[in-house]
Design a protein around this ligand. Sequence first.
Ligand code: FAD
Length: 419
Amino acid sequence: ETVVVLFTRDLRVRDHPALAGACAGARRVVPLFVLDPAIRPYGRAAFLAESLADLRRSLRERGGDLVVREGDTVTETMRLVRQVGAQAVHVSEDVSAFAQRRQRRLAEECERERTAFLTFPGVTVVPPGLLRPSGGGDHYRVFTPYWRVWAERERRRLLDAPGKIVLPEGLDAGSLPASQKGLLPGGERAGRERMTAWLRRYGDDYAEGRDDLAGDRTSRLGPYLRFGCLSPLELESLAHNEEFVRQLCWRDFFHQVTLAFPGITRDDYRPRGQRWRDDEQAVRAWKEGRTGVPIVDAGMRQLLAEGWMHNRARLLTASFLVRRLGVDWRVGAEHFFSLLLDGDVADNYGNWQWVAGTGNDTRPNRVVNPLAQAKRFDPRGEYVRRYVPELRAVQNGRIHRPWRLSGVDGYSAPLVPVE
Ligand code: FAD
């Protein structure tokens, strides 16, 4: 038997149920990745290229390879299926509208070609769609009840990387995208190194450290989870801190919301008649970190510089755009999505809807006060000083209210009053 394993955002060999399933049952296994022009990699191209190179290396070490094709994923997968005479296609189940359509099309094409099509878990800790509210409904709309059930649910067994992979003979492996130097090294090896180092150093103190903006003590494992360089289930099994595990549950939560509500990127439950403000200048100032509110500007500039922003800063910059500037959350979500290395459909749009109070868990009054947040999470102003050089000379927490100081040049007045 020959099985094609289609890799998408599960770029690893360890704890990979679709790959392990193929290697356990089939004589020949063809790992495939399709560079699909329908998916824009944005600022994530370098991370993706490195992750693919790392995956190819791991597969080659086991006697296999990563076959790379370019074009429409379904068309290319089926072409390869015919070429190698595969009896089955394996894929890790995913939730975005694009991924759901891809899965449906693959299922149809495979049926037509009398090829088995099997989906496997691996993108989340608990498969999306597995947990259903007892009161009815196809998914959980509110986090806390989901968390309670999620935490109790039995986990599947972790899987080893396959020992040996046998490819059919004479297959052209195809070329990887040219590797570029990115902001963060991509791939399973780099992800595992970071995971081990971070768990050892900060893992136990996560609850105390996670909101310290300047301390930067969160894991920064987001991009590795986004591309599946790490198994979320393995990460959960290694993490001892409940607060950290809870964050992985937030990730699962938004994935199960997206499975049930793939319109999450566009559709919202705004009260009828509520309008957003069109204010191009304000949006530009927000994107460039020039709103005149130091804690907001620091976050926005961190995003531009690092392709990452601290969670606290994501919350307060997003809230600032939606609540204070009155701008449509989708404008902010697009900007984040294009720049974040961990930019992910479910997590990004789910969090934006949560902040805007327009998602499932509608709360029009979920407002974050930027100055209160600054005082609490950057009391000495170190975070702001790091990203807003115009204010570097201002000492301590006074940095958060430059409009109260005299002699601060080159930093604008706030776009809207925040006091
Ligand atoms: P840690 O604090 O070390 O957390 C570990 C992991 O838990 C994260 O890598 C992530 O996978 C998961 N996680 C943590 N918080 C959340 C959360 N609130 N929702 C979902 N998963 C979470 N996260 C993304 O992975 N991709 C996004 O595109 C994204 N966009 C966001 C947009 C907004 C407006 C907000 C408020 C949050 C967003 N988040 C997103 C969630 C969170 O900010 C990031 O996951 C986190 O900052 C990543 O840094 P870390 O890996 O150091 O996180």
